[in-house]
Design a protein around this ligand. Structure first.
Ligand SMILES: [Zn+2]
Length: 113
């Protein structure tokens, strides 16, 4: 089941945190998102969204935004117009070196962690 929650603070910024971007990641990201509360939002607002499972397609693939989840993310962004957008992803331990590779931006198109 999809999960969405809005936590209101004062003024800006608006933040959107999305879990379950693809594959089964949402099964792991739901609990950390559920634990966020009003105490974690001193300013602005926080919109949380999680999808437990969806088709796996890389978010770097332009076709991602044609998927149901990709379309959902676009709708959320258009609705809330966040200043800050964060995706929660899950990786296996063997991916760690790839994630911290200082050349990742040039090699994979995304910054290192
Ligand atoms: Zn991911």
């Amino acid at each position: 089941m999809q999960f969405i929650k809005k936590i209101n603070g004062n003024n800006s910024p608006t933040r959107v945190f999305v879990g379950g971007v693809h594959g089964k990641e949402g099964l792991a990201t739901i609990e950390p998102l559920k634990q966020l509360s009003q105490m974690d939002v001193l300013n602005g607002e926080l919109i949380l969204f999680n999808c437990p499972e969806s088709r796996y397609i890389s978010t770097l693939d332009p076709d991602y935004y044609q998927t149901k989840m990709g379309q959902t993310i676009i709708k959320i962004i258009k609705k809330y117009k966040p200043e800050i957008y964060v995706e929660l992803h899950c990786y296996k331990p063997s991916s760690y070196q790839k994630l911290i590779n200082l050349n990742r931006k040039d090699e994979a198109g995304v910054p290192h962690s």
